[in-house]
Ligand binder design. Structure first.
Ligand SMILES: Nc1nc2c(ncn2[C@@H]2O[C@H](COP(=O)(O)OP(=O)(O)OP(=O)(O)O)[C@@H](O)[C@H]2O)c(=O)[nH]1
Ligand SMILES: [Mg+2]
Length: 228
């Protein structure tokens, strides 16, 4: 009975909030992606050209309505809070080697992970691109999958092939093969998807948010949101 009353109270007064971590090696576009989410939500956002490498963390609350980002100003958000069905609390961390060990500290409270990679190779030799790609999948395996797996934490993972606005980008099929190989080695059958995006132009972001929201809801029985 108490639970029923509690859940009715939640439904009327509070919004479900899901924490989402944005991870990936340095320079992959994590902070730009977060700023693009703010831009598409009608919030104040940083000029993309002025984004510096992240040292600590950036966090933003992104309102969602009907599985989509909503264009509303921050004051609208406060006034029309009832129109928001859920909030994504999005954490952007640093991808630098020495700071990656901090990622795991956030795993306990997160509901999903977005792993971003730079899929373009316009400005680098193919050989260097292959090395970067290898390191990117390796970090995904060691610093994300193996830790989640060891802690029995089965949460949705969205892999984003970023910088699709550039001229030369790796085929999504090749990316799928590389990431699926890492995923196949785990005990858990992680719910995952690879999608192409451009954090700077915003291309592909609506599809990616839609996938994420559906999976967060699907997984909410196992990993319930926090009501705020
Ligand atoms: N062309 C293009 N450039 C992008 C895109 N996303 C990010 N960039 C550029 O890539 C560089 C790194 O972007 P950040 O958002 O700072 O990358 P990050 O992953 O947050 O990096 P760290 O904070 O160091 O871990 C910047 O010069 C961005 O402008 C994109 O979609 N297209
Ligand atoms: Mg950053």
């Amino acid at each position: 009975m108490f639970h029923l009353v509690q859940s009715i109270y939640h439904k009327i007064n509070e919004k479900p909030e899901y924490s989402v971590l944005i991870l990936g090696i340095e320079n992959s576009g994590k902070t730009t992606f977060l700023e693009q989410l703010k831009k598409k939500s009608g919030m104040n956002y940083k000029d993309f050209n002025k984004i510096m490498p992240t040292m600590g963390q950036n966090v933003a609350n992104i309102p969602i309505q009907n599985g989509r980002l909503t264009q509303q100003t921050e004051s609208d958000f406060n006034r029309q809070a009832n129109k928001t069905d859920m909030v994504l609390r999005v954490w952007d961390l640093s991808g630098q080697t020495r700071l990656r060990r901090l990622w795991a500290k956030y795993f306990d409270k997160c509901h999903a992970i977005i792993y971003i990679m730079d899929s373009s190779f316009d400005d680098i030799e193919k050989e260097n691109f292959d090395r970067r790609m290898e390191s990117c999948v390796d970090v995904f395996k060691k610093d994300v999958l193996e830790i989640l797996n060891a802690h029995d934490k089965n949460i949705p993972i969205l892999i984003l092939a970023n910088k699709q606005d550039k001229a030369d980008v790796l085929d999504i099929v090749d990316l799928k093969m590389a990431f699926n190989k890492a995923l196949a080695k785990m005990d858990h059958d992680f719910d995952s998807r690879i999608l192409p995006i451009s954090a700077t132009t915003g291309e592909g972001i609506d599809t990616c948010i839609n996938w994420l929201v559906m999976r967060l809801i699907k997984n909410s029985e196992y990993r319930p949101p926090i009501y705020k």
